[in-house]
Design a protein. Sequence first.
Length: 377
Amino acid sequence: MSVFQVELVKTVDDSYEIETGFGLEEKLVLDLKNGLVGNIKKFAVITDDIVKDLYAERIAGLLTDAGFGADLFVFAAGEQSKTRRTKEEVEDAMLAKGYRRDCCILAVGGGVVTDLAGFVAGTFGRGVPFINYATTLLAAADASVGGKTAVDTPLATNLIGLFNQPKKVYLDIAAWKTLPPRQIASGMAETIKHACLADRAFFQFLEEHMEGLLAVEPALCMHIAETNCRIKYQVVMKDERESGLREILNLGHTVGRAIETVSGYRLLHGEALSIGMAAEVMLAHKLGYVSEAERDAVISLYKRAGLPTGIPSYIDREELVKKLYTDKKVKNGTLRFVIQNGIGDIVEYKDGVFAMPIEERTAREIIMAMPQEDGTE
């Protein structure tokens, strides 16, 4: 018998910039001319059928005018497209267009686009570089930091994917002006969540300026974009691979992701998260970690953002309870919830563990006690 040791010790620097501003399309092209992704000249611009007309076609045209090769790869907008099938279709289309390992992927759109495109980049040609050009508030809050890419399946959300860091992220706040009010409200869900888990002063800022934020006032939007990045970075830099602390970013997502799926994606991600946060803060109050006033303040702020905090009548609550078990935090068949400690902090269940085991009976009590709320389709 013989043993051959393969030494593959690596030092990897996955650092990247997040540039926030207004109308960053030409700055993107300038960065590429200046070597952002080295000598790569061929770009696969992945987007959805809404963002295509608003931004992606212009960006592809600017790339072409600058002497780069660029092709658009477009799929139907919405969470229902974040699937293995869509990923396969994009990959096949790229292969048919002659794309190989000497390319870069440019994701132009919201969180579904950046999640899917980042996953494609991680596996296409065994890995090609990618850039995120985020056009929504939700993407700015949720997809700009961390490198988590994934697709959904009928059995679970975001369990098929990988960690893959972009070369750069652009947060174009000018694009937020093109979003309908429902999408702006949806984007506020992750922002409020970040305040709840890490920054009470930021929560108070959101209370004071919610109307201006919903009106997309530039200075206010710059502030929340930068604060979202700071809060998420402070977590991700300590736990890039979600081995402990990073679980706190799943605050509200145990119920939120389940209700998003059970709704058949009639609810936007932020709308489902808002309901999940209402359930979480009710649970936190029940467990003694959140006062009645704090519970009411969180729910009130989500309502002021124009988001639902009750369960739509078309949702089967027992089916919702069963769907909780598809959450990625479930271990050994036990539900686990991230619980906030007041506003601006998280309960550390034990050293380095931030998801608390919760009996199904307790979770069911919370879900059954939530009000019925219709009107969001």
